[in-house]
Structure formats: structure tokens, C-alpha cells
Design a binder for this molecule. Sequence first.
Ligand code: ARG
Length: 565
Amino acid sequence: MQIKATLNQLFSRALEHLEIPSASVSVVEAGKPEFGDYQFNGAMALAKQLGKAPRQIAQEIVEALPAHPMIAKTEIAGPGFVNIHLDAGWLATALQSAVADARLGVGRKEEPIRAVVDYSSPNMAKEMHVGHLRSTIIGDSLANLLSFLGDDVIRQNHIGDWGTQFGMLIAYLEELGEGAEGSLHDLENFYKAAKKRFDEDAAFADKSREYVVKLQGGDVRCLELWDDFIDKSLGHCEEVYRKLHVNLSREHVRAESSYNEELAQIVEALKEKGLLVESRGAKVVFVEGDENPLIVQKSDGGYLYATTDLAAIRFRAQELGAKRISYVVDARQAGHFKQVFTVARMAGFVDEEVRLEHVSFGMMLDKNGRPFKTRDGGTVKLIDLLDEAVERAKGAITQREAYSDEELEKIAEIVGIGAVKYADLSIHRESNYIFDWDRMLSLEGNTSLYQQYAYARIRSILRKYGREPEGELRLEDELQRRMALKLLQLEDVLHAAAREAMPHYITGYLYDLSTLFMKFYETHPILRDDVSEALRQSRLLLAQATAKTLSLALELLGIKVLERL
Ligand code: ARG
């Protein structure tokens, strides 16, 4: 059950009953325990609007509030806050049924939609870089989350596999012949070597240009070379996805090149709508409030990144029937998406009711606050970064227990990758974030390891107990009451994170939850002999609910948990 939404409804009904018009009612979580669990702060604004005293309005609202078993009491505080205290008995009962449910009581959306999530989307000419790492991690968690909440999610990997660089790359591929296999292992070097040939040898440069034309003209040999190149490059990406435990495979690839046939139509459609303007030989569309137009066709007839995006957006809205299209791409492309969205709507490619969103994110910075680069200023290879995460994770865990090599490898993989993903997801995605190994692999603070330890600790208790806890869940004290409330807030948090595409809501929630659990664990013995069986069962249920919540939420973020750590 969504607690906050339910409270909002109750307050809306009270306002309706009082015939007070109000645009939006919003109950918030109380900042301090003395203020109850939630607060309604609307009375002050309504007082101004109605010319009455705020406390009096608050009083009227409280009196008109429909009774609900969830609410134990309300009280009016300060200038006119309504403090809401939830009922411990209700919390216990609700939690008891949630813990018995595979979805932990989290409902699906009432009106599920088809949603497209465009993420990862690397360029094939080069190695994936850190920007794509962020896109992959954030996008995958968003896709998992939406689909868990009932949306029909279509993942789209909009890979960049078209453009003039490919003429040069396939010319070089052909030149290397059999020897290409080894060189393609490192795309970054392959690109550099091809570029060097291009710059130094006029004949090679001519051939490259010729190949671009041939490729675009559908020449079979060139297409073969190109296919081969894309296949290898995509293979690199798939290695990254595998290591990252990300749900992207070839079926999700909808490459830029797949829209080639439609680009002329797109330009034609813009023309028919009267949106197309010639500007210095190029075909462009002006968007209100922006002095730079969106260029859709160059003077030489070539199409651009934006043209492909218009074709893609039309495909997603019209063919796929998406009602929400999310682009998980770094913040530097904000201008591009703003224009593409506006033009797509002006052209009628996308209806008003379709939600278009740029799920933008900031840069990944090094410890000194500079853009993340290798020591010599090159791009960091993601594969190396992920391997390093696993290596470092070994260091972070061996100090604690003795594992066999095989066990250690498996654990380090989960801990290391989890740390990279969690660190990324736990900050507000729009801010830049500092990539710091020590912090991300720390046991203290809001880290994946902290959550994974809390989970493993509970699993160990449940293993020792050896049976499924049953019995009745009772909330013995304020700490347990707060734990129960936190656990039941899962649904609110997941829906908010999905709605706003904000994974850090979930990590913040998990941190609160595991912190409460650790306090509980330190002060409430469970398996000790002097604990009565009834209490033991109840405490086990609370612990079990915590473990299930941790693993479900982490799984949605794309992070695995370990039964032992
Ligand atoms: N390939 C682009 C890049 O690496 C990202 C593509 C994002 N998706 C899109 N539909 N434009 O910058």
C-alpha cells in the first residue's frame, strides 16, 4: 500500500468536504519523531487564501478527516501543522502480510503503460567510455523498476553505428586483412591507428571517403566489412554488460543505421508541415526561444544525429506505441533533446499525451574533481575499470574472513560490481560525481557493502534458526515501530523513484532502513536462550522483512546480494 498517497487522498477528501478548493494536497514525512510520522503543512497557505486563522483551518480539516485504521491520532502543532501518527497495530498487521508476499505487498501501477528506455547507446567507432557506464547503470535500473511496477518496458540500445568515420575504419579493417582480428581487440588503438593512416596517406584517405559513399550506397563488400566491424565492437560492449550484470542483449539493439531508410521521409514530413527552412544550404528547423536551429540535413545531403533521433522518436511513439520515452544520456546533450522533443511534437510525430524525458546525468570526476581520465589523459577503458573493481573488492573483504579462491572470486565480483553501481546510483543523478574507490568499497556510510553486510547478517540468523519464522509480528517499541513504517514505505519510494527517474531515492531509503536494522540488531537479541519464542518469532519476522526488502530493492537497482559475506 502507498502510505503517502493514501494520506493525501484522505486529506483531499477532508478539503472537498469543507468545500475548500485546493490545487494539490501534499503530506510529507515528518522531520522529527516529535512531529509524528507525517505532516500536513497546507493549512498556512489555505489560511491566506481563505482569510482565516491557520490553526482554525487545521482544526476543521482534522475534524473532517475520514477515519482510517492507519491513523492512530492527529494533532495540531505550532502555527497550524497537522502531525499524523500512524497506528502501531495497523503497521504490524500490514507488515505481516507484506512479508508473506513475493512482491512485499508492492502493487503494480493502476494504469500501466508501454515505456521505452533508451540507455547505454554507445558509439561503435570507439571504446565505451565512462559516460556510457553511467547511462548503462542508471538506465538499466530505471528499466527494471518500471517493469517491476507493471509497465511494459522496451529497452532500446541506440548504438551509434553510422557516420563518416566508418569509411575509414572499414578501409583499415580491409587493409589489415587476417591480421585485423588481434588489432580489433582494442578499439581505441584501432581507431587511432586508422586515423593515423588517414592523416598520413592521401591514397588511404581517398579510399576511406570512397568507402563512405559505397557504404551509404549499399555496396555489398563494404557492408560486409562494416557488419564485421560492428559485430566486434558490439562484442566489446556485451562484455561490459555481462560484467555489469546488466540486462542488455542484441535483441535490445536498435541501431542508428536501422533508421537510414526513413531519414528522407522525416525531412519530407517536416517540409510538408511547413517547418523546414533552408539555411546556408542546409535544411533546418527553428524552435521557438532558440536562436540555433535543429539541422536535419547538411548541404551535401548528409543526415545528422538529430535526424536519426527524429526517426527514432517517431518509431517509438507510433510503431512501438510508447507513452513514456526516457533518454538516459549525459547532461551535455540537454540542448539536443530539448530541440528534438519540440520538433517531434511540432511535426506531429509524438502526441501530447506521450511523456518525453531526458534523464540526464552529470559527469564522473576523479578524486581531484577533474574529468575521469587515464593518467595520460586518455579514456578509461570500462573493462579495466570493472576488473579493477573486482580486484579491489578482494582487498576489501579478505581482511575479514578466510575464503577459498573460488569463493573469493565470486564474492569479489558481486561486491566490486555492486560498489561501482551503487556509488553511481546513490547520488542525485544530475550532479557530477566523484569516483572514489575507497569510499565506494567502504563498510561505513551509504555504500552497497553496508547493505550487503546487513543482508548477509540477517540471512545468517535465519539460517541458524533453520525454519521459516511464523508467529505474530508485534512491534515492541518505538524503534521497531519506525522499522515497520520504513519497511512499509517501500512502495511509496519505488513509485516516486520510477515517476521521477531518481534511483537515489531508493538508495537513500535503503540506507535509512539498514541503519535502523543495525540499531535493532545491536539492542534486540533474537536467538539468545532468554528470549521467549513469541518474541523471537516476531523479531525474526522483522529481520526477515528487512532482508527481503534489501534484496528486492538492490535487485531492482541491478545489484546482487550474498547469502554469506
Ligand atoms: N551515441 C550517443 C553518444 O554516445 C548517445 C545516444 C543516446 N540516445 C539517443 N537516442 N540519442 O553520445
